[in-house]
Design a protein around this ligand. Structure first.
Ligand SMILES: Cc1cc2nc3c(=O)[nH]c(=O)nc-3n(C[C@H](O)[C@H](O)[C@H](O)COP(=O)(O)O)c2cc1C
Length: 181
């Protein structure tokens, strides 16, 4: 099983997001998964400029020449994608949103009816895929994740993938102090 994980914390492996993401990925590796992890901070990903080239002029191909070119085949191959983000003003980080927006070339421009809802079918072979959300936030209450959970659920439906759950930890800034050395 191939797992593609994206961590969008600007603090990368020193951040609170990595404190919950990394053990999760280690567990996946121990269970036999092939795991690749990327940090949006180290990637050059332009925001989508909405010209619809990837749907109309060059189907499936984005006009930007940046690190999404390297990620597209990995996204196509992954059985599971893990989206790891801190809560950034009640949403995902900007770089994570740009990455998600830039996944639009993987679907066709036309619609089909899926469970009574118009969807863009996925290009190529339909593979069973799962998306997972990993997140932490600064505030204490779990409801700080509600906007993210709604977004992730909608995103999974939009992308015709299974939402495989979420690993969430509030009061993230308290986590480093809880580490047992
Ligand atoms: C610009 C910014 C916006 C944030 N917005 C929220 C928020 O809306 N709700 C919340 O609970 N925490 C918010 N936080 C706190 C972070 O989610 C928290 O500090 C988190 O533990 C940082 O994770 P990291 O170390 O992986 O970057 C925000 C932090 C920053 C820097």
């Amino acid at each position: 099983m191939k797992v593609l994980a994206i961590n969008s914390s600007p603090r990368m492996d020193k951040g609170n997001t990595s404190m919950i993401l990394n053990p999760f990925l280690e567990g996946m590796k121990e269970a036999g998964a092939e795991v690749e992890l990327f940090y949006t901070n180290k990637l050059n990903i332009h925001p989508c400029i909405g010209e619809f080239n990837c749907w109309l002029k060059t189907p499936g191909q984005c006009l930007h020449n940046d690190d999404m070119k390297m990620l597209y085949p990995k996204i196509a191959e992954a059985d599971v994608m893990v989206f790891a983000t801190l809560v950034y003003v009640d949403g995902v980080t900007g770089p994570m949103k740009s990455l998600i927006d830039r996944m639009i070339p993987r679907v066709h421009p036309f619609f089909e009816l899926q469970d009574g809802h118009c969807r863009h079918p996925v290009r190529g072979e339909a593979k069973t895929r799962k998306y997972v959300l990993v997140s932490n936030c600064g505030l204490w209450e779990k409801d700080n994740f509600d906007p993210l959970l709604v977004h992730m659920k909608a995103f999974c439906k939009n992308a015709s993938v299974e939402s495989a759950g979420a690993l969430l930890r509030p009061h993230g800034e308290a986590m480093p102090g809880m580490l047992v050395h």
